[in-house]
Design a protein around this ligand. Structure first.
Ligand SMILES: Nc1ncnc2c1ncn2[C@@H]1O[C@H](COP(=O)(O)OP(=O)(O)OP(=O)(O)O)[C@@H](O)[C@H]1O
Length: 442
């Protein structure tokens, strides 16, 4: 049984919580004030009230993490506003319990966290899905994300490739009242134009050749939850008009059907294109833009928030170590400086790839030099050039397919068939990956 540090300044609540936990067999040290908390890193779990008299729980959390104390934390609060939630999640809080809560709810959560800690041997601080960011710009983004989660308005996430739009869309869903509902994503650039409409709105048997049965579209599948329209800038104009109608009326028609249907979904859209410019050029509907951007969140590129680079590197090293079984401890000062001054055109996704690649090479100790994508690319180019110079004209096409096939096979093997992961690493959607695999006979 793990030992728990309980920080709660309200006496009765503290007493009651301690009783519940002790009755369940946990050993508990309870304190009123965080300053009384001796050796917080010696505990298996910290239960922290967010609103303390002398110090905010968030400040205390920040201080803990800065001291390198990675004990898992469950936050209890009567003030579970999105800002608190987002701030807390930045410091690796594993869960938030909103007061009042049931005894069983608390015990279930405590047991789960302690089990996870035991099985991984490490706190879940940097587990998949944890968001980090310390720059002023990202704190502003997190605040907006929190605000977006607390409303049902449409959200437009704008930013370069790899800045975290997809990840933030999921966070908004997970922190919203729709979290028990589905999160359905559709990538508007990965699906051929004529199929996109059918994918979105569904169709009736016989609506077009190949429509052998009635199919529900993504809009229906997202009922009660969130519909994420990725790469919205690539949606063709005729479909934009139909989407606008849906956003205005919440009703739609399946293709080939006359019956009007409705769906209760919140729409989050994302793009790395300049929609304002597209509007000027007549390629994107202005009315749709305003509908979608009821809350507009612009995520800055990594090169404009370099303060986030060290913590992102730390997180990805931690994750890569867990995934590969390596034991890289950190980064040398020189390597870190080089990473900070690097341009990161592929943003966080590129940084993640570079860290993973370097951890695999380094295996242990400290990273002295990152293997930047740029250098790899140059080596690959040299190698490919050599191969290509040996090809005859008839072999070009086959060469292309073989190269793609080998890469995909390698990645699928490496990530044990995890298609989402491979698609993510290649910067393509799962659908595009599926189509490629089919074409290549994999
Ligand atoms: N602040 C962050 N903290 C932790 N991980 C992050 C952060 N930002 C991005 N990532 C990670 O970086 C990768 C790329 O993020 P994501 O796929 O959300 O980007 P995107 O903006 O949707 O890219 P694209 O436009 O190419 O679809 C993901 O693995 C994501 O988890």
């Amino acid at each position: 049984m793990g030992s728990i540090l309980l920080i709660e300044d309200e006496r009765n609540a503290r007493y009651a919580l301690k009783r519940v936990l002790e009755d369940a067999g946990f050993s508990v040290v309870d304190v009123e004030d965080p300053k009384e908390a001796k050796n917080p890193d010696s505990f298996s779990l910290l239960i922290l009230d967010l609103k303390l008299k002398n110090l905010s729980g968030i400040d205390f959390l920040q201080e803990l993490r800065e001291r390198g104390i990675n004990v898992p934390v469950i936050v209890i609060t009567a003030y579970a506003n999105p800002e608190n939630i987002i701030s807390a999640s930045r410091y690796g809080v594993v869960d938030i319990l909103k007061k009042p809560f049931e005894r069983e709810e608390l015990l279930e959560l405590v047991e789960r966290v302690l089990e996870e800690k035991e099985s991984s041997g490490e706190p879940q601080r940097y587990s998949e899905g944890v968001i980090v960011g310390e720059s002023k710009k990202m704190v502003e983004v997190f605040k907006k994300v929190g605000m977006a989660a607390s409303t049902d308005m449409n959200v437009l996430l704008v930013g370069e490739t790899g800045v975290g739009k997809d990840m933030l869309a999921k966070v908004i869903h997970e922190k919203s009242h729709r979290k028990e509902g589905p999160f359905i994503a559709i990538n508007c650039s990965a699906i051929p134009e004529n199929l996109l409409e059918a994918e979105l709105f569904g169709y009736r048997k016989g609506a077009f050749t190949g429509a052998t049965r009635d199919i529900r579209g993504k809009i229906e599948l997202a009922e009660g939850g969130t519909l994420f329209l990725d790469e919205i800038g690539d949606m063709p104009l005729p479909l934009q008009a139909k989407l606008l109608r849906f956003l205005e009326t919440k009703s739609f028609y399946r293709l080939g059907e006359e019956r009007e249907r409705s769906s209760n979904v919140r729409v989050i859209a994302a793009t790395n294109r300049n929609l304002r410019k597209m509007i000027e050029e007549g390629n994107f509907r202005e009315d749709l833009y305003y509908r979608l951007s009821q809350i507009l969140i612009e995520i800055p590129p990594l090169r404009e928030r370099k303060e986030d680079i060290p913590i992102l590197i730390e997180m990805f090293i931690d994750r890569a170590n867990k995934e590969f079984g390596t034991s890289v401890k950190g980064v040398s000062k020189v390597a870190l400086e080089e990473a900070i001054s690097y341009e990161w055109k592929g943003n966080v996704r590129e940084l993640k790839n570079v860290v993973y690649k370097t951890v695999l090479e380094t295996k242990g100790g400290y990273i002295e030099k990152f293997i930047f994508d740029q250098e790899c690319r140059e080596n690959v180019e040299e190698l490919l050039n050599r191969c290509m110079s040996m090809l005859s004209e008839e072999e070009y096409k086959e060469f292309l397919a073989r190269a793609e096939k080998s890469l995909l096979r390698y990645l699928l093997d490496k990530y044990e068939g995890n298609k989402s992961k491979v698609a993510n690493l290649l910067g393509i959607s799962r659908n595009t990956l599926r189509m490629k695999l089919k074409t290549l006979g994999l």
